[in-house]
Design a protein around this ligand. Structure first.
Ligand SMILES: C[S@@+](CC[C@H](N)C(=O)[O-])C[C@H]1O[C@@H](n2cnc3c(N)ncnc32)[C@H](O)[C@@H]1O
Length: 259
């Protein structure tokens, strides 16, 4: 399934009341939003027709999150759905996620693009290819290890996969605290070495099965009831396991996460 088709169906399933997109380029993914939305990109060049409630910001995501009220264009609502598709370097994507999470609620969903590069060249930090994922794939391991409380779904969309992050905790500062340590560990010069589970798409979920899960209904209803995170997250994990099987970190990653 092409990633834009998946995202279109995700908007329908989740019915977000607020949407944030980091990296909009021609507006193809931003055009899917049917709610108050903020699009952030220092160099966008729109081709697509956007919905009436979209506000555009021609600036970097770091500049955007320095604003005193980043939720103002969303009528003050927390971000229900975010698409993180800006600068394709691991440390930028990590900052984008931490900033999105701080402005979200546990029922929100964050989506990273390009987490399944096909070659080491495509994943290079120094861009040399037309289609470029950079080293955003490292977010898979970073979140498994440093935020095992999150529910991470790797979805096998074309061309280069999506990572859906569920169960966010707006009060968590774990990634901020460990940011320098994480960057020192993961930012390494090219060539980038692709782990086998990325290059061979291990533990990757079928997009149709993900969209058919009742997790989206659970999240919508929990959002409407303003259910607290702890109980809601337990029910969400049960639902995801029933619908999609085990999606958490593998045994080695789980050991590392608690080390
Ligand atoms: C892959 S394109 C986005 C495509 C779009 N999301 C879609 O699927 O139709 C990446 C965009 O990120 C933008 N970008 C680069 N650095 C950024 C940053 N620091 N903050 C926000 N956007 C950034 C680029 O200008 C580019 O337009």
């Amino acid at each position: 399934m092409y990633y834009l088709d998946f995202l279109r169906s995700l908007h329908v399933a989740l019915e977000p009341r607020s949407y944030m997109e980091i990296g909009i380029r021609h507006g193809d993914s931003l055009a899917l939003a049917r709610c108050p939305a903020a699009g952030i990109d220092p160099e966008f060049n729109l081709h697509a027709e956007l919905g009436p409630e979209v506000t555009l910001f021609r600036e970097t995501s770091d500049e955007y999150f320095e604003r005193s009220d980043p939720l103002a264009p969303l009528a003050g609502r927390p971000v229900d759905l975010a698409f993180i598709d800006g600068m394709h370097l691991a440390e930028f994507a990590l900052r984008d996620f931490a900033n999105v999470e701080r402005n979200a609620r546990w029922t929100s969903v964050a989506v990273f693009d390009d987490i399944l590069p096909r070659t080491s060249e495509e994943a290079a930090r120094d861009r040399r290819t037309v289609t470029w994922t950079g080293d955003v794939f490292k977010l898979l391991g970073i979140l498994d290890r440093h935020r095992p409380d999150l529910l991470c779904l790797r979805v096998g969309t074309e061309p280069t996969g999506l990572l859906l992050v569920l169960g966010m905790d707006p009060g968590s500062r774990a990634l901020d605290r460990r940011y320098d340590e994480i960057v020192a560990e993961v930012v390494v010069p090219d060539p980038q070495v692709l782990p086998v589970d990325v290059s061979e798409r291990h533990r990757v979920l079928d997009p149709t099965a993900v969209l058919a899960s009742s997790a989206w209904q659970l999240l919508r209803e929990a959002r409407d009831r303003q259910e607290p995170r702890a109980a809601g997250l337990r029910a969400l994990r049960r639902t995801v396991r029933r619908d999609l099987g085990r999606v958490g970190p593998g045994p080695l990653r789980r050991l590392l996460a608690t080390a």
